[in-house]
Design a protein around this ligand. Structure first.
Ligand code: PMP
Length: 347
């Protein structure tokens, strides 16, 4: 019969306002284009690409350079069309009908959608009032739900809060579920769960090129995992999932990643400047962040969002989302963009 699959009709399509703001601080992107030397090299390499040929079937050369950086083998790496593709794939591979997927709430809203797409039961576990994670609560939820996967987001989007690696190890040591640490904002934090990979074959780490490395347009992310886990998730990915243009782009950026150090340091400095200055505005609470965005809380959140928008500044309004009453997420922009944010916030 001409009917969608059970459960699909009730599923909300992920959508964000597609507005071309003069100042775009709503998607946690890098605020400027790639460093000019990096962009020039990509364009040069793209000029040599034979467009009539299929790309490498499973992105082998990009896997190899990423693996080498972490002292791993190519078989420990998966490349996705954004880390999104890998996060979805692992829900298919380790979730599925009759299984559940446990993740913190509030966190990246797609986790619940991936779980449902994979016919799994989404099990959001509430963070504490300061948005830190209660590891025992997470473990209990995973055990009660016999979770196939525990998804952790570190640092967490949209709260900006972090879980120390010891807390992640505690979770890994006390569960038999697959533990996936989504480190989309790792470069702004520095600490990582990668060192757990050798010790716990059921731990995996997801990263993206979309944030610190400014490749949101190219759509590319990766997963580091034991060979068994990477091989299993790899079965769910389509052959040729990463196009040749993206492969060349990501390989070039990865090879030239030192070029990003200055702008990463600037983003961290600007984040601290914004945290202090926004925190000094009456009625605004700023949560401490280890990312390239800030979560702020205000009793006048809708008015504040409207003021930002009148000034052409796009921010993400979470004030009606569960667990995020009164909250707005503001990306860290260029110094001039951040000045504009502070002017609007000060009224
Ligand atoms: N994880 C987190 C926590 C994110 O915030 C995002 C992007 N907003 C993603 C994954 C997906 O990133 P991408 O698909 O661009 O790699």
């Amino acid at each position: 019969m001409f009917m969608p699959r059970a459960g699909l009709e009730a599923l909300q399509t992920y959508s964000v306002a597609d507005t071309d703001w003069a100042i775009r601080l709503d998607a946690n992107e890098r605020p400027t284009d790639l460093p000019p030397a990096v962009k020039a090299r990509i364009i040069e390499r793209l000029g040599l690409l034979p467009f009539n040929r299929y790309p490498e079937i499973s992105a082998q050369s990009l896997k190899a350079v990423i693996a080498a950086e972490f002292g791993l083998q190519a078989a420990n790496v998966l490349i996705g069309n954004g880390s999104s593709e890998i996060l979805e794939a692992l829900c298919f591979a380790y979730g599925g009908a009759g299984r559940s997927i446990v993740y913190p709430s509030p966190s990246f809203s797609m986790y619940g959608i991936y779980a449902k797409l994979a016919d799994s039961q989404p099990v959001p576990v509430a963070l504490q009032a300061d948005y830190t994670l209660d590891a025992d609560k997470m473990l209990t939820a995973a055990e009660q739900a016999a979770a196939g996967v525990i998804l952790l987001c570190n640092p967490n989007n949209p709260t900006g809060t972090v879980m120390p690696p010891e807390q992640i190890e505690y979770i890994a040591a006390n569960t038999r579920s697959l533990v996936v640490v989504d480190e989309a904002y790792h470069e702004f934090y520095g600490r990582t769960a990668v060192s757990l990979l050798g010790k716990y074959p059921h731990v995996a780490v997801a990263r993206t090129f979309s944030k610190a490395y400014g490749l949101a347009a190219a759509r590319v992310g990766y997963l580091l995992a034991s060979e068994a886990v990477a091989g299993t998730i790899g079965k769910v990915l389509l052959p040729y999932n990463i196009n040749a243009l993206t492969l060349i782009t990501a390989e070039t950026v990865f090879g030239m990643r030192r070029e990003f150090a200055g702008s990463l340091a600037e983003t961290s400095r600007e984040r601290e400047r914004l945290t202090a200055a926004l925190g000094a505005v009456a009625g605004i609470h700023v949560y401490p962040s280890q990312t390239n965005f800030l979560l702020v809380k205000s009793e006048q959140a809708p008015e504040l969002v409207a003021r930002f928008r009148r000034r052409g500044i796009g921010v993400r309004d979470f004030s009606a989302a569960p667990g995020l009453a009164g909250c707005i997420r503001i990306g860290v922009g260029t110094p001039a963009e951040n000045d504009a944010v502070l002017e609007v916030a000060a009224g």
